[in-house]
Write a protein that binds this ligand. Structure first.
Ligand code: C2O
Length: 359
């Protein structure tokens, strides 16, 4: 657990070109010293239904665009501001916090490349979604997800593409993306920095096979899927370590690299942890990564069970909730989506279109 109320330093880990960084490396949250409250499960009866980004209704798209705009309109020092929400990722992933609470003040916290990857991002999006809903006064507001596991969802959704909409800035647009990829191209879930230049039908096959690889072939047991154990006193491992979880090291990282702009000093925005949260597509990509966790579980294959080790269950993070309270949340409390009151709408009857795509 990070001691986020007293210790936070400028981000530097994993940023190769620090002098030229186009986003700030001062990623500490506002109001250090505030009291941390215990998390309470939501009490509403309704369930937020996350929707496929390429198939949203006009109302879903409008609400989403409006909510992100409202977030951008907040003053930067507000805990819910667009910038402060982006900085959460930077602080937890580029050496903002150390393991001071666990007695290792000189060791950085890194929630990537280990079994903290899925639960940390689940909590991050949980609060982000509730904050957006509150900003536009829509109690059922739900995030879209980038459904890159279905052919129709493989290009980035149109709503992200234009710089303006009806003469006003499009809140979903980000200028720091790879211009050669973003329009009309299908994402490459196996992208390693080199374009494959293959026809679409082949890219579709390749992507489906990659999803199969990440969820079934390489993700057959708890740690292969979630990532290796990472406990107090452990130094962060690198992203090429064989222990990194199958989705994290596979389709997840490929999409980051594919969207990020390689002509920027650190492949901003999506190509580096410290800047990824500045691209709205980050959150819809991660909504689908979160959905992969759910689908993996729904496959009900032997071995598809969440970690039960107390070190995993009791690992915690601190976030600002939708009421601007700082709350501490635990991995063990994010396993049951029913309790968190959100779910995913599937837009087709075939939930596992990649099932026959054994690589
Ligand atoms: Cu926290 Cu997709 O990275």
């Amino acid at each position: 657990a990070p001691d986020i109320t007293s210790i936070c330093k400028d981000a530097s880990a994993g940023i190769r070109n620090q002098e030229k960084a186009i986003r700030t490396r001062k990623c500490c949250p506002p109001s250090l010293g505030k009291k941390i409250k215990a998390f309470q499960f939501p009490t509403e009866n309704s369930v937020r239904k996350r929707w496929p980004a390429h198939a949203g209704t006009k109302k879903q798209v409008d609400d989403y665009r409006r909510a992100i705009q409202a977030m951008r309109d907040l003053p930067d020092d507000h805990p819910h501001s667009f910038v402060n929400q982006a900085k959460i990722h930077c602080a937890y992933c580029n050496g903002g916090y150390t393991q001071v609470d666990s007695g290792f003040p000189e060791i950085d916290i890194q929630i990537h490349n280990s079994w903290l990857f899925f639960p940390f991002h689940r909590w991050y999006l949980y609060f982000y979604e509730r904050i957006l809903g509150k900003l536009i006064n829509e109690p059922n507001f739900a995030l879209p997800y980038w459904k890159w596991d279905e052919p129709a969802g493989m290009p980035i959704a149109e709503m992200f593409l234009t710089e303006t909409i009806d003469g006003k800035p499009n809140s979903l647009y980000d200028v720091y993306r790879n211009a050669n990829h973003i329009e009309e191209k299908l994402v490459d879930l196996d992208y390693d920095g080199k374009d494959k230049d293959i026809p679409d039908y082949q890219q579709v096959q390749c992507n489906l096979a990659t999803v199969y690889r990440d969820l079934v072939r390489n993700g057959g047991d708890t740690l292969s899927f979630f990532g290796g154990e990472y406990v107090a006193g452990d130094s962060p491992v690198g992203n090429s370590d064989p222990s990194v979880g199958s989705v994290e090291s596979g389709s997840h990282t490929a999409v980051h690299r594919w969207v990020g702009d390689p002509t920027q000093p650190n492949s901003e925005d999506m190509g580096n942890f410290y800047s990824a949260g500045y691209d709205p597509s980050f959150y819809i990509h991660h909504a689908n990564v979160d959905r992969m966790w759910k689908l993996w579980k729904d496959l009900r294959l032997p071995g598809h069970v969440e970690p039960t080790d107390p070190d995993w269950l009791n690992a915690s993070y601190v976030f600002y909730d939708e009421n601007e309270d700082l709350v501490r949340v635990y991995n063990k409390d994010c396993v049951d989506l029913g309790k968190l009151k959100y779910n995913f709408i599937e837009n087709s009857r075939e939930v596992f279109p990649w099932r026959k795509s054994r690589p």
